[in-house]
Design a protein around this ligand. Structure first.
Ligand SMILES: Cc1cc2nc3c(=O)[nH]c(=O)nc-3n(C[C@H](O)[C@H](O)[C@H](O)COP(=O)(O)OP(=O)(O)OC[C@H]3O[C@@H](n4cnc5c(N)ncnc54)[C@H](O)[C@@H]3O)c2cc1C
Length: 506
């Protein structure tokens, strides 16, 4: 008897790293009844194996799948993340944090920073970090969720996760397979196209042929479909973000995990530190024109705070983005769509937003140019604005090394220059449309990197000096008290989401 054909359109996901399994899980959740979902991956090739720090939007993704937060952290040896600490980015030894969540409290029409700028001139304001609840909690090693503990006026404390990338992908795979995704193990050797030029199938070793209507390219830096097959082209941003290599190495856990990522500037790049329950993830992102691979390995290993658990793993990349994220019937997600260095932990988020964008603009049997064009327009806008935010960290440095001097003098994208000029004049920050980073994100990095506005919004003068000083003091005291009332991060993990992992308890 002939096999019954599945009448549903088929989506083929090529690649099973974080991008492939995130797409598979989300499509299984939302497209299960209407689409046949197949994922091809090759154990032999493996995944990039990094990507362990996230931003708060990740919680929307796990909510959309209906995954329990504590179960996710337990399964991935995960910890909580309240922000990113930048060490040595303005100048050696200087520290600041881009903490998630509010800074101060806005009053009426104008943003907090204008009151803070005025109060600072009057000598009645502390550094910005005294007014950021997430940062106060992070530096004290505290964690809390679910609303204020000490006063109603306390703002929400957004948080994200650090997790083991391989365990996260495994968890998503379990979810996706349980919800109807068919996993096919094999190496893609060839990609077939129909007369119109669209991709019609991928063929695997053993001459297996996987046909589809839509193809999601999640093959990582190889970009097998979007680039090797469709030759979409790449917009190179390395003149703005010149780091092009990384070394990644796990190290032993020596102390209770801190609830934030650390990014420490080094002579020709920067080093990340991501605390998990059972180990610490580390890596050096560097510019190969300024630092040899041997020196990079020395720098990384010489700056670990515990024994390395493996040899450093090299990775190469070019920062930039694919000219079209969606070309013909292929949509690139993850590393195949472009790469922005992990300074603000944005890559996993960009996968998530590509998935939700595609779900919004999902084509029927026929793909319209309008849908495809809209997808690409939104993707470009998102990536360009994230790019600008990353460049900001490099552009405003005062470090002495040649790498950093070159970053300081580079010509900036117009969009970033405009933001810097607005801030320099009167401390204004304008967030356009759906830009990922909020005004307070920009504020913390601008001030952290040493930007000094000449003025502030004139309405900040409307408040009496005594009242302003009192306002600053009240916020500071409220937030300090709130953070003090929170449990320690390690106790919070032990209570809610400790992994079944002997090393984690050590
Ligand atoms: C140094 C570095 C640090 C990073 N840190 C962060 C971070 O902290 N936070 C963050 O959000 N992101 C980070 N990222 C990005 C993050 O790692 C990636 O966005 C994420 O892992 C997604 O990768 P991927 O799935 O696109 O690619 P990969 O993990 O490379 O997966 C590619 C998949 O395609 C398959 N494949 C390839 N070729 C074939 C073939 N011929 N046949 C069959 N299968 C094939 C592979 O087997 C694999 O399953 C970092 C990236 C780098 C390079």
């Amino acid at each position: 008897m002939a096999a019954v054909q599945d009448p549903r359109p088929t989506i083929v996901i090529a690649g099973g790293g974080t991008a492939g399994w995130m797409a598979a899980a989300a499509f299984a959740r939302f497209l299960g009844p209407t689409h046949r979902l197949r994922l091809v991956e090759s154990d032999e090739i493996g995944t990039v194996g990094v990507g362990e720090a996230t931003i708060p939007q990740i919680r929307l993704f796990k909510d959309a799948l209906g995954i329990d937060e504590d179960a996710l952290l337990r399964a991935t040896n995960g910890t909580f993340k309240l922000g990113i600490e930048f060490v040595g980015w303005r100048e050696p030894e200087h520290r600041y944090m881009h903490a998630f969540g509010a800074v101060g409290r806005d009053v009426g029409l104008i943003a907090f920073q204008h009151y803070w700028l005025r109060a600072r001139r009057m000598g009645v304001a502390k550094a910005l970090d005294a007014y950021a609840l997430n940062e106060i909690a992070a530096r004290k090693g505290r964690m809390h969720r679910g609303g204020p503990l000490t006063a109603r006026a306390i703002p929400d404390m957004p948080y994200a996760y650090h997790f083991d990338a391989n365990l996260f992908a495994r968890m998503l795979r379990t979810f996706a397979e349980a919800n109807g995704v068919e996993r096919i193990e094999g190496r893609i050797l060839d990609i077939k196209r129909n007369p119109s030029g669209d991709v019609s199938a991928v063929t695997l070793d053993g001459e297996r042929r996987i046909e589809g209507d839509i193809f999601i390219d999640c093959t990582g830096f190889r970009a097998l479909l979007i680039e090797q097959t469709l030759q979409t082209g790449f917009e190179d941003w390395s003149h703005w973000l010149p780091c092009d290599r990384a070394l990644a190495v796990p190290s032993a856990r020596t102390e209770p995990p801190m609830p934030y990522t650390r990014a420490t500037a080094r002579a020709a790049g920067w080093q990340w530190r991501i605390p998990l329950q059972h180990r610490t993830g580390n890596g050096l992102v560097y510019c190969s024109a300024q630092l040899s691979d041997d020196h990079a390995a020395e720098t990384l290993l010489g700056n670990l705070d515990a024994t390395p658990l493996a040899d450093p793993r090299p990775l190469r990349f070019t920062t930039g983005k694919r000219r079209l994220g969606w070309n013909r019937n292929v949509i690139a997600m993850g590393l195949s769509s472009g790469f922005l260095e992990p300074l603000e932990s944005t890559s996993i988020h960009l996968i998530q937003s590509a998935i939700s964008r595609l779900l919004q603009l999902l084509p029927g049997r026929i793909i319209s140019d309008a849908d495809r064009g809209e997808y690409n327009r939104q993707t470009d806008f998102e990536m360009e604005r994230v790019r600008d935010f990353l460049i900001l960290h490099y552009a405003l440095n005062q470090r002495p090394e040649p790498f950093w001097q070159a970053c300081r003098t580079m010509a900036l994208p117009d969009t970033l220059r405009h933001k810097l000029e607005l801030f320099a004049a009167n401390g204004r920050i304008v967030r356009e449309h759906e830009e990922l980073f909020t005004e307070v994100g920009w504020l913390q990095v601008l001030i952290g990197q040493g930007a000094e506005p000449q003025g502030y919004h004139p309405l900040a003068d409307a408040i009496e000096p005594g009242e302003l000083a009192e306002y600053m003091r009240t916020i500071e005291e409220l937030y300090a008290r709130e953070a003090e009332a929170m449990p320690r991060h390690e106790d919070f993990i032990a209570r809610f989401c400790a992994a079944q992992n002997p090393a984690a308890a050590a």
